[in-house]
Design a protein around this ligand. Structure first.
Ligand code: ZN
Length: 512
């Protein structure tokens, strides 16, 4: 399932002290400030069956689990029979935007998230050192790590010329910048090949940067070139990167975002399993919604808003007009939360013409304001059946792809898994759902001391009720907190209690 993580100093110490890590009852030096969480159902993150008992934490670490007696002077917390699990690891997050102003990270903690991974879809905060320094000095309530984004490198190196093929000198400059960002402690390289300027890169350019990343010991994560029209080509590209570099590669937010592709999740997993059988370490992450969120332009790879035939194809095959909802529209903010179908009715134009016009209006606004972020949309393109199939793949982990604004996934992803796929369709057990949020996510990100309740691991823990855990954020009302999480510890410190932030901010920057 996963490699046994290396025993760290604490684990060694405890082995010396009492020849075993699960019982600490005779170690007197531990009772000064240890915390005993008793009367819990322990779901340890490995996917194994639950057990009942207690978890002891001290300083930043889990130090014992099982049938434990309280030590003198120890703080005791009665879990009340709720489930205690490793804190959830969100391997694809956009909560970096706004985290500095929301350091209590409430939308994350109320989902049970204790670690977020930023720098996704080819975009990261450059230079990473500044971001890391900021949060080292003034932490948030959650841990985070980051990838280096290919699009960010491209923009930095190519400036105004980024939307074209890169010269060999420009690729060399990207390689140098990649190296210095990796040296700051990034996990690896992320790409967003469906977006400007990454979509102008050749496979060769991406492979060159990927090979450098592999040499440094990094990994690769990708919003692939296509999730609809050209998805099979895109899968071929990432498999090839895994094959050529030998490093772990991960498909971001795996999906089949076109009607004509629905039901082909088995085919997709067949390709990925075939690659794995060949020795390629390919994995994927998944969010549990039929809607995606992105720029409107992902619908049109040729970026031609006058191509009405292509726009008709978009509405017929990719996303219906009543399934395209604006989360942001600078030319007319009153369109936020309206669908293209609703706007067409307001305007008295056909849906095809309306979408074309809206795209052109966004283009004009961007040009006039020198700002590409004129709009963003949610689009309904995925089938529930495929989501269920992907959710059961043994190499999938859960990610939100969410942020503080927009799509409800930023507030509801992890509770929604319990609501819809554990209690609802029952395609996952509590244990398997937790595994996909914890040890498997840690494995996919290269974290060796988080994601399992085991002595020596960092004490990132969530206490919750899988029977009532529920997302409340919806497509038209995306910023509503989830319920069902009772307590959260990050690095041994209680950061959420009875669903409320404690004010403690014990998150750490996780460097490779
Ligand atoms: Zn993405």
């Amino acid at each position: 399932m996963h490699n046994k993580p290396p025993c760290n100093w604490l684990c060694l110490l405890c082995a010396l002290l009492i020849s075993g890590c699960s019982q600490f009852t005779t170690a007197p030096s531990l009772n000064s400030s240890s915390i005993l969480i008793k009367n819990a159902i322990i779901v340890d993150g490995t996917g194994g069956l639950r057990s009942t008992g207690a978890v002891r934490i001290k300083d930043q670490y889990i130090v014992a689990i099982g049938a434990l007696e309280a030590l003198e002077g120890e703080q005791i917390i009665d879990a009340g029979g709720l489930v205690i699990a490793p804190g959830f690891i969100d391997t694809h997050s956009h909560h970096d935007v706004g985290l500095a102003d929301n350091r209590d990270a409430l939308p994350l903690l109320t989902q049970g998230i204790t670690t977020s991974v930023f720098g996704q879809d080819g975009g990261h905060s450059l230079p990473l050192q500044n971001l890391f320094d900021d949060f080292d000095a003034n932490p948030s309530a959650v841990n985070f790590a980051s990838y280096v984004g290919h699009n960010t490198l491209r923009e930095e190196v190519m400036g105004q010329n980024a939307n074209q093929q890169a010269s060999s000198a420009e690729i060399a400059a990207m390689q140098a910048l990649l190296k210095s960002e990796m040296d700051s402690g990034a996990l690896g390289l992320s790409t967003g090949l469906e977006y400007e300027p990454g979509l102008y890169s050749t496979r060769e350019e991406v492979l060159t940067l990927a090979k450098d990343t592999a040499k440094i010991g990094g990994r690769y994560i990708s919003h692939m070139r296509s999730e609809d029209r050209f998805v099979w080509d895109a899968v071929d590209e990432i498999i090839n990167i895994g094959r050529e570099t030998g490093m772990p590669v991960q498909v971001s937010h795996i999906k089949l975002a076109a009607k004509g592709l629905w039901g082909q999740s088995e085919r997709m997993l067949g390709l990925l399993n075939g690659a794995r059988a060949e020795g390629i370490d390919i994995t994927a992450d998944l969010y549990p919604y039929e809607y995606w969120q992105s720029t409107i332009w992902v619908l049109l790879p040729n970026r031609d808003a006058d191509d009405l035939e292509e726009i008709k194809y978009v509405l017929d095959e990719l996303t219906p007009a009543n399934g395209i909802i604006f989360t942001h529209f600078e030319p007319d903010p009153s369109y936020v939360n309206k669908s293209v179908a609703e706007i067409a009715l307001l305007r008295g134009t056909t849906e095809v013409q309306t979408l074309s016009n809206l795209m052109k209006e966004a283009q004009i606004w961007s040009a006039a304001n020198d700002d590409r972020s004129a709009e963003s949309i949610m689009g309904r393109s995925m089938s529930e059946r495929d989501i269920e199939t992907f959710a059961q793949w043994p190499h999938i982990n859960i990610s939100s792809d969410g942020g503080f604004q927009g799509h409800p996934r930023g507030y509801g992803t992890f509770p929604r898994i319990f609501a819809n796929y554990v209690r609802g369709s029952s395609v996952l057990s509590v244990e398997k759902a937790v595994e996909a949020m914890t040890s498997r996510a840690a494995l996919h990100m290269g974290f060796t001391d988080r994601g399992i309740i085991q002595p020596g691991f960092k004490a990132d823990l969530v206490l919750f009720d899988p029977e009532t855990m529920q997302d409340h954020a919806s497509i038209r009302d995306g910023q509503v907190l989830s319920s069902g999480v009772e307590k959260v510890w990050v690095n041994g410190v209680l950061v959420l209690d009875k669903g409320e932030p404690t004010g403690a901010r014990s998150g750490q920057v996780l460097r490779r």
